[in-house]
Design a protein. Structure first.
Length: 131
């Protein structure tokens, strides 16, 4: 592990240091990968030393519409914490609604917002926003 202390996120109203940056360590994040980072894969990665987990790509529309297949992408177990859910969509209000539903339903440690489509399949369905 790298021992460079983390820089806190600073906003004019608040300063936050994420708890998994405690003790000056820099955590190893498992990058979200559609079709790859399911519960089983994350469990193996956690056992092999990954510190922070992120689910695969989850559609805000699928969450809002209560699509069972989409909800399955948000599954995780307590041993995978800290864990975040990666959310994508084209409508800010719907993304906010989906984030609230995920927080109420799954209580992840964070929501990872993906503002850019990562494949032609998704980019044909929604606007692509620059990061």
């Amino acid at each position: 592990m790298n021992s460079i202390p983390p820089k806190p996120f600073t906003h004019h109203l608040l300063t936050i240091v994420l708890p998994w940056f405690d003790n000056g360590k820099f955590p190893l994040f498992l990058a979200p990968m559609a079709g790859v980072t399911d519960v089983t894969f994350r469990t193996i990665c956690k056992e092999l030393g990954a510190d922070v987990m992120v689910t695969e790509f989850v559609s805000a529309e699928g969450i809002v519409r209560r699509d069972d297949r989409t909800r399955k992408y948000t599954e995780f177990h307590e041993g995978q914490r800290p864990v975040g859910v990666q959310l994508f969509g084209a409508d800010g209000e719907r993304m906010g609604e989906a984030a609230k539903k995920i927080i109420d339903w799954k209580q992840p440690d964070f929501i990872d917002i993906n503002f850019a489509a990562q494949s032609v399949k998704w980019s044909q369905k929604m606007a692509v926003l620059p990061c």
